[in-house]
Design a protein around this ligand. Structure first.
Ligand code: GDG
Length: 505
């Protein structure tokens, strides 16, 4: 099993001459000033930061990101750098200030109204606007300038995160031939028929082929990407080896299913703080009076299938009246991207469904659905995961879904049932979950009923299997594999492989 120490040793052995730079849109710590004028750094919700922070803590280096709070200014030095975590620094952030106009075009516009719906099959139409794309290009250039400045003339490894920065690898490569550049794409990748909706598909593909290594969660995403390159660019591809040869450069395209820091979530779930929180929540939710808890946790996005999940609970209450007065389903997790219409509409839809179900079935003293659209302290999330008889993650499409893995890691008692969408990447690993189709409400409701009636033995067997899988395939293994592949991508052996691909194409 990989640990943070193994990762640190690997990085020291293999990368000792290189500087490590991570680049993402979102900063790993957002600062705020408390009433006494003291600075606090807090990790924002989202899978990306939860995944990469353990890597940076283990390896050190610089994380370049967009600044998102005025308090950042108070924390940063003259070069825009801030040591983090603030109370026990392990690496540093370097922040880029964007104007509101830049952020609206690059982040909300092209990234989240264009690329996000393009890459997810959730039937929300992508919006492509040339002004947004202009900002996407110029902001990617601004990130490139910062990366090039940070690298100076040193050997460097640059690990770029996600769909906000598709053009960045090419922009770095144009000015620096020596840097080793890798990118991990945290969301799915569409097939060529879908990608062609994007008017700038060639620019996006060209940008991403500035990478030495390009990672997706699943091999299906890699195959889709290679098919898109084959269909659109003058490139040689080898889908079997995951190789693309383009503009005399080679990009390795590989699957790296992302994971979590299993051991630290497992350890947190065993703390006195979490146990005390469990006692408090049991009282508040009536679990100490025989009620059962079902749980959904999501950064609120229309791809997560939250309305679908609520409709399945509604169907359950219709079909099996014995759960009335007994089951409490709690939907937790903060809203996100709230100034985009489709996200605003999602909140309106969720609130309407919650009201409808509670009005239909609830009575004084019992409401079937609790809706907490806010961020909660980590020990509260952990306590909820420990208390929930089942956790339902019903994404319409999801690169991975870390919440599912977090539920499994918190179940130190080896109890609880995970209900998981077949359309989340995590379903390919967590095969002992109850796999559902979120659109099939009847089947979904049946799965909840099955979860609540499963024998102790079966629950424990399934949970034990999933815990073993997540413990083995943890975040350190994910990061270690990416680092090893990055080094491989820069070796002469790899060029030979590339040459053989080119000669057989
Ligand atoms: C993207 C891809 C992929 C949720 N609500 C709150 C909160 N969370 C935490 C969860 C989990 C993370 O945020 C969400 O991770 P997911 O993986 O479920 O989803 P995305 O944010 O969409 O992440 C996804 C991931 O990248 C990694 O590659 O798995 O497919 O879409 O850690 O616990 N955390 C806090 N407050 C909340 O309200 N603090």
């Amino acid at each position: 099993m990989w640990t943070g120490d193994d990762l640190q040793r690997l990085v020291k052995r293999e990368l000792s001459d290189y500087r490590l730079l991570v680049v993402s849109n979102r900063q790993p710590y957002v600062f705020n000033l408390d009433g006494a004028g003291k600075l606090h750094g807090q990790m924002p919700p989202g899978g990306l930061t939860a995944a990469i922070d353990p890597l940076m803590r283990a390896c050190g280096g610089t994380w370049i990101a967009q600044s998102s709070s005025d308090a950042d200014l108070a924390a940063m030095d003259d070069y825009g750098r801030i040591p983090v975590p603030y109370d026990s620094p392990a690496y540093r952030m370097r922040l880029l200030n964007l104007s509101e106009e830049e952020n609206n075009g690059y982040y909300y516009g092209f990234s989240n109204e264009g690329l996000w719906p393009l890459c997810h099959i959730a039937y929300t139409e992508p919006l492509f606007d040339s002004e947004h794309f202009g900002f996407y290009q110029s902001v990617n250039r601004r990130f490139a300038d910062l990366v090039l400045d940070e690298i100076a003339d040193e050997p460097a490894i640059v690990l770029i995160q996600d769909y906000h920065l598709a053009l960045l690898p090419r922009y770095i490569r144009e000015s620096n031939q020596d840097a080793i550049i890798g990118q991990f794409w945290h969301i799915p990748w569409p097939n060529p028929d879908i990608l062609r909706i994007c008017p700038w598909q060639d620019e996006i593909l060209d940008g991403m082929l500035g990478n030495d290594l390009l990672g997706f969660h699943l091999s299906g995403d890699c195959q889709n990407f290679i098919s898109c390159v084959d269909a659109n660019l003058d490139a040689q591809v080898d889908p079997d080896y995951g190789l693309v040869d383009y503009r005399n450069e080679t990009t390795l395209v590989r699957p790296f299913p992302i994971s979590i820091d299993f051991d630290s979530l497992d350890a947190e779930a065993r703390t006195g703080e979490v146990e005390a929180e469990m006692v408090r929540l049991s009282r508040e939710l009536g679990l100490n009076r025989g009620r059962i808890l079902g749980l959904g946790i999501d950064r609120q996005a229309y791809t997560k299938g939250i309305p679908h999940r609520l409709r399945a609970v509604e169907r359950l209450l219709e079909k099996w009246p014995q759960y009335r007065g007994r089951l409490v389903f709690l939907q937790a997790g903060a809203t996100s991207r709230t100034n985009i219409d489709s996200y605003m509409q999602l909140t309106i839809d969720i609130e309407a469904i919650v009201c409808r179900i509670n009005e239909r079935f609830g009575y004084d003293g019992w409401q079937p659905i609790l809706y907490w659209p806010t961020t909660l302290p980590s020990h509260t999330f952990s306590a909820l995961r420990r208390l929930a008889s089942f956790c339902a993650e019903s994404s319409l499409h999801d690169g991975m879904n870390l919440v599912a893995k977090e539920y499994v890691a918190s179940r130190v008692d080896e109890d609880g049932v995970l209900i998981l969408s077949a359309f989340a990447g995590a379903a390919q690993e967590l095969t002992s979950s109850l796999i559902i189709n979120p659109y099939a409400t009847e089947q979904f409701a049946d799965a909840i009923h099955q979860a609540l009636n499963m024998s102790d033995l079966e629950r424990r067997m399934r949970m034990r299997q999933m815990r073993n899988t997540v413990q083995e395939n943890n975040i350190y293994k994910w990061a270690g594999r990416i680092m090893m592949n990055l080094m491989q991508a820069s070796t002469p052996d790899h060029s030979r492989l590339a040459a053989s691909v080119a000669s057989t194409a």
